[in-house]
Design a protein around this ligand. Structure first.
Ligand code: HSE
Length: 320
């Protein structure tokens, strides 16, 4: 069941059908229904539903009460793709809670509930014996904290990340001589920016992602919260020619921050441009590991949800 049918919901719907052969090798998996507060509701959606909505169409039925619809549904997995609310994570939190309480697994790309209400959700997950997957909240489909699944026993000492595609894209465009405003409009057109792009520009989107990484690493305290960490964005930044400034998240057990940072020549992260994101982990067994790839976009975020789907329903034969 898909909840929320904007950029990510439609992207996932299309990718699911495009990668049908992969998905079906896992067994019989279907998208049984779509619910959106804005676009309505549709049971057993046809393959061209995302295309229809892209052209301005709506879902076939009137919108329903979403938590109630989730509780009554016989879907096994709820995919929550609504937009972020960084005050309290709603309405996504209520959607996810309704799904977990009724014994359904959840995939979400929504940073609000995972950054702000992780403990409540994890205690429900433990109580109900279901899975909550949220790869798309950090670096879209590009491997990020989930590479830890491949590295048993590895201990992370420190994390640095370029975690917001929109601001990295804007910084790169500004370096090339475009104006800030023009670059932001471009990022919005490409589907990178949040519904409220000030979240991207003022560092809050990257901060939510830093909190999610901290949650995964078990660093869950006031110093890793929106109120307890230093957060600044990229307004009023005008990098001098040849200078590399990035909106950098820095996280360790004792603190977290997101701020514009001038990087040294030779720093691998200084070459991460455009919508690319990067996550650098300082570890005990492997030293430094860095993952670089797209951190936003329709198909790129859909890949994350597909990865989560396979991690619930899989594994794939031959590791594919
Ligand atoms: N607005 C976000 C970004 C989308 O630009 O990185 C992905 O979380």
């Amino acid at each position: 069941m898909i909840i929320g049918f904007g950029t990510v919901g439609k992207g996932f719907f299309d990718l699911f059908h495009e990668k049908r052969a992969v998905v079906q090798s896992l067994g019989s998996v279907e998208i049984s229904e779509i619910a959106s507060s804005r676009l309505g509701y549709e049971l057993r959606p046809a393959h061209d539903t995302a295309e229809r909505v892209d052209k301005g169409g709506k879902l076939r039925e009137e919108a329903k009460d979403i938590p109630e619809t989730i509780r009554r549904s016989d879907a096994d997995i709820v995919c929550e793709f609504t937009t972020v609310n960084m005050n309290n994570g709603e309405p996504a939190f209520s959607h996810i809670r309704a799904a977990l309480e009724s014994g359904k697994h959840v995939i979400t790309t929504n940073k609000g509930p995972i950054a702000l209400r992780y403990r409540e959700l994890q205690s429900l997950v433990a109580k109900k014996g279901v899975l909550l997957k949220f790869k798309g909240t950090v670096m879209a489909g590009t491997p990020s904290y989930n590479i830890l699944d491949l590295l048993p026993g590895l201990e992370v000492k420190m994390v640095r990340g370029i975690l917001n595609g929109t601001s990295n894209f804007i910084l790169s465009e500004v370096e090339r001589g475009r104006s800030f405003e023009e670059s932001l409009v471009h990022a919005q057109r490409l589907g990178y920016a949040e519904a409220d792009p000030t979240m991207d520009i003022d560092g809050y989107d990257a901060a939510l992602k830093a909190i999610i990484i901290s949650n995964v690493l078990g660093w869950q305290d006031e110093r890793h919260s929106l109120g307890g960490m230093e957060i600044s964005g990229i307004r009023n930044i005008s990098p001098a020619a040849g200078e590399k400034t990035k909106l950098l998240a820095s996280i360790n057990e004792k603190s977290a921050s997101v701020k514009s940072t001038k990087l040294q020549d030779g720093d691998l992260l200084s070459n991460v441009d455009g919508v690319l994101n990067a996550l650098e982990l300082e570890t005990d067994t492997l030293g430094r590991i860095t993952s670089i790839g797209p951190g936003a976009g329709r198909k790129q975020t859909a890949q994350a949800a597909l990865t989560d789907l396979v991690s619930i329903v899989g594994p794939l034969p031959n590791n594919r």
